[in-house]
Write a protein that binds this ligand. Structure first.
Ligand code: NAD
Length: 365
């Protein structure tokens, strides 16, 4: 049975959610630059419709800081560079910030080689991976990112298993178009990101079939055992093929780029940490970048022009749902459920944010 928490949501302005996140991050000890990067990343995830990677992550970050598994204002260590390959240790820093510094470092080699490959290891949660595809696209580059998740037991069942063998191991890739990432495919290799189970549980909702397996490896629609006690496992998307991609994200990010796969997860107790392999390509190394962009754009229009299946309104490109959400939520506010707000305010109080700072910080949209 689903435990109904009778949750209610309100729409808040993105600006006020950013102010709240920035205030909480400052109370964690993050300097202004880090608090700005992280709060912007989280609220952009909310605007894109990915509440699982939005401001609802703050309580977990607070808990990780207390445990010493996440470090504010960290400086990444640039370990080595071999041709186009840069290896960077994020040293448990806030992933949103460390990844931008690491990408900047890796991209120093791209003019010379036409490609930059970043091996990022030991990072605090990097959250929405599409953010980094957007960052590379804003510089005119194509990018592919493969990520593994360590610091807790594996939550995604390999095909045919009743227990986890890897985590939600996301993959993101994008083409640059007019300084934006389009199309942008940004996906967990599980049916859904783990945070969506938390969000459904906080809202008192049941899950669609196919997302979660119970302790015997059978489909369940109850988010509670997984959300509260990690009982059961998430399903990989796309049966054996998605499971295979999840395993390869683990190998590329964990075994090749990082120093640990989830098989050695105990190295980072109590948290969510990421390793990432990023491949960044300069279209200018292949052809006239404008010609590449036009071909990609023509192909995108071709996909969108396909006749929708019965009962569907439109055929979308990867990244379109996020653009639609961004437009809608920028205009009408970001819905956040009361339980998530309660957890964030509790974290703020735990980190001694004075009540008067919290009083009017949230603004209904
Ligand atoms: P999702 O299933 O909502 O979307 C996956 C992709 O499919 C997106 O590119 C989206 O644009 C596309 N898409 C969705 N509906 C579509 C449609 N109707 N037509 C065409 N394309 C469509 O996303 P998800 O797999 O739940 O992942 C959510 C987020 O979680 C991502 O931002 C991911 O980076 C993040 N994540 C992060 C971690 C981490 O450890 N840092 C782990 C897992 C996931």
């Amino acid at each position: 049975m689903t435990h109904k928490t009778e949750s209610h949501s309100m729409n808040y302005t993105a600006e006020s959610l950013t102010r709240l996140a920035h205030r909480v991050l400052s109370s964690f000890g993050c300097a202004d630059v880090e608090a700005s990067i992280v709060s912007d990343h989280l609220v952009q995830a909310n605007l894109a419709g990915h509440d699982s990677h939005g401001i609802g992550m703050l309580p977990m970050y607070g808990a990780q800081l207390r445990d010493g598994n996440l470090i504010a204002n960290q400086t990444p260590q640039f370990l080595q560079r071999n041709g186009a390959v840069s290896v960077v240790d994020a040293r448990k820093g806030f992933g949103h910030h460390m990844t931008i510094l690491a990408l900047d470092h890796a991209m120093e080699t791209i003019a010379e080689n036409g490609v930059a490959i970043l091996a990022l290891r030991n990072s605090g949660h990097i959250s929405r991976v599409g953010t980094y595809s957007e960052y590379c696209a804003s510089r005119g580059y194509v990018s592919i990112h493969m990520v593994n998740v360590i610091g807790h037991d594996p939550v995604v069942a390999p095909f045919g298993a009743r227990e986890g063998g890897f985590s939600t191991n996301p993959i993101s890739m994008a083409m640059p178009h007019d300084g934006k990432a389009e199309p942008l495919l940004d996906m967990a290799t599980s049916m859904v990101a783990f945070g969506k189970i938390r969000v459904a549980h906080n809202k008192g909702e049941q899950l669609p079939p196919g997302w979660v397996l119970d302790a015997e490896g059978m489909d369940t629609i109850d988010p509670a055992p997984m959300a509260t006690d990690k009982i059961g496992a998430l399903s990989a998307f796309g049966a054996h093929k998605g499971s295979g991609l999840g395993i390869f994200a683990e190998l590329m990010a964990g075994a090749l780029a990082g120093t640990n796969t989830i098989a050695q997860a105990a190295t980072f107790p109590n948290g969510v940490h990421n390793n990432m392999l990023s491949i960044i390509l300069d279209p200018a190394a292949f052809d006239d970048p404008q010609a590449v962009s036009e071909r990609a754009s023509t192909y995108g229009d071709f996909i969108r022009s396909r006749q929708p299946a019965k009962g569907r309104e439109a055929v979308l490109l990867p990244g379109d749902p996020e653009n639609i959400s961004r437009a809608e939520r920028s205009a009408h506010g970001v819905p956040v459920d009361d339980e998530t707000i309660r957890q964030i305010l509790e974290t703020a109080r735990d980190f001694e944010v004075p009540e008067e700072d919290l009083a009017d910080i949230l603004e209904a949209s």
